[in-house]
Design a protein around this ligand. Structure first.
Ligand code: 13P
Length: 285
């Protein structure tokens, strides 16, 4: 297969009440883990990269080339997704080179400005059959360089969500219902009534950001209430780096990346498997 947009995979998930996992990757190794595991489990997959991975660290051409190899090698639906991009020109640049899924995150702006930025991206992306996710409301926590304090986090208003989707024609909507990026300081509480109200008023697939460190039963309940895409970053990074740290503790003179990366990949694989189970996305293809 070639690199896909997220359109069909999210609509199928919406119809069948499961979620497609969106795993944030940072390099070849982490991309290999998510792709190989999703393939083994016959799960659709969204490979996600933030601007600090795609623009600053790896380069969009490298990331796209890696995703293309993955998509041609494995017969499961694979999308490569621009996650939390704030710069419209960067999104257009990456669509031009073959990305077919993006999030334009204009959630820091007021309602009207968010709408006008998202509309611009949607109009551009749809010409290339690429899909667009936007966020309404504001999630707390840290996602790479994007930091929102708890007091600035704002839950999504269901009526605004309906108007936002209608006016922007966005393909999927990230909702703020109590999750935050990164690890949580206190107990996680999700506003399921709000999610239900948004689901009733909005027809496009809904997205849960900040799914790390959230109890499995809460994520499953959110999926049963209509979440169709679950974003996971921190929960993958921690076991990967802990395993690499342990390897160096035991082998302080190690210097071969193929050796010290391998335990990281193995540890990450276990959590990727688990997240696919929680999403209910195994054996869908
Ligand atoms: P976590 O790091 O909390 O899993 O958040 C990931 C995310 O939402 C990526 O967009």
């Amino acid at each position: 297969m070639s690199i896909l947009s997220t359109r069909e995979m999210l609509l199928k998930a919406q119809r069948e009440y499961y979620a497609v996992p969106a795993f944030n990757i940072h390099n070849l190794e982490t991309l290999q883990v998510v792709v190989e595991t999703a393939f083994e489990m016959r799960s659709p997959l969204i490979i996600a990269g933030t601007p600090s991975t795609i623009t600053e660290y790896a380069g969009p051409d490298y990331v796209k080339a890696m995703a293309e190899v993955a998509a041609s090698k494995y017969d499961i639906p694979i999308a490569i997704h621009l996650d939390h991009f704030e710069d419209v020109n960067e999104i257009k640049r990456d669509i031009n080179i073959g990305f077919r899924s993006c999030m334009i995150d204009a959630s820091k702006y007021d309602f009207e400005k968010n709408i006008s930025i998202v509309k611009d991206v949607v109009e551009y992306a749809h010409r290339f059959d690429a899909t667009v996710e936007a966020e309404l409301g504001k999630l707390g926590g840290r996602e790479d360089d994007l930091v929102i304090s708890e007091k600035d986090a704002i839950y999504t208003n269901p009526d605004d969500a309906a108007e936002f989707v209608k006016r922007t024609k966005v393909d999927s909507l990230a909702v703020a219902i109590g999750t935050a990026h990164g690890l949580y300081k206190g107990e996680v509480k999700l506003d399921f009534n709000r999610l239900k109200e948004i689901r009733d008023k909005v027809s496009v697939p809904l997205v849960l950001h900040g799914a790390s460190d959230v109890a499995d039963d809460l994520v499953k309940k959110a999926i049963s209430f209509g979440i169709c895409k679950v974003n996971v970053a921190t929960d993958l990074k921690i076991p990967f780096s802990n395993a690499v740290k342990r390897y160096f503790e035991k082998n302080p003179d190690a210097n071969d990346p193929r050796k010290y990366m391998t335990p990281g990949k193995e540890a990450m694989k276990e959590i990727v498997k688990h997240k696919i189970q929680v999403c209910g996305s195994a054996n869908r293809y």
